[in-house]
Design a protein. Structure first.
Length: 82
């Protein structure tokens, strides 16, 4: 097993404790920053803990935007390989 010494400074893609519902674009930017240092095949985008503290009306749109950002990023990466 290899140990990697990687230092990446990223803001959160999505902080569930915030009442702000981020659009897709900021999430894409954060994923892109991370994917410049870590292969997309090894990069995980997970919602920060705290899902139980918000109502569905607040959480679902934000998670859908985060999912869209991941799908767009993956599609762009596949096009650049092809």
């Amino acid at each position: 097993m290899k140990t990697l010494n990687i230092s990446i400074k990223l803001d959160w893609v999505y902080v569930i404790h915030s009442s702000k519902i981020p659009s897709c674009a900021p999430s894409q930017q954060q994923i892109k920053l991370a994917s410049d240092k870590i292969s997309l095949s090894k990069l995980w985008v997970n919602p920060y803990s705290g899902l139980k503290t918000r109502r569905c009306e607040e959480v679902l749109p934000a998670l859908q935007n985060m999912q869209e950002a991941v799908l767009i990023t993956r599609a762009k990466a596949q096009k650049s390989v092809a």
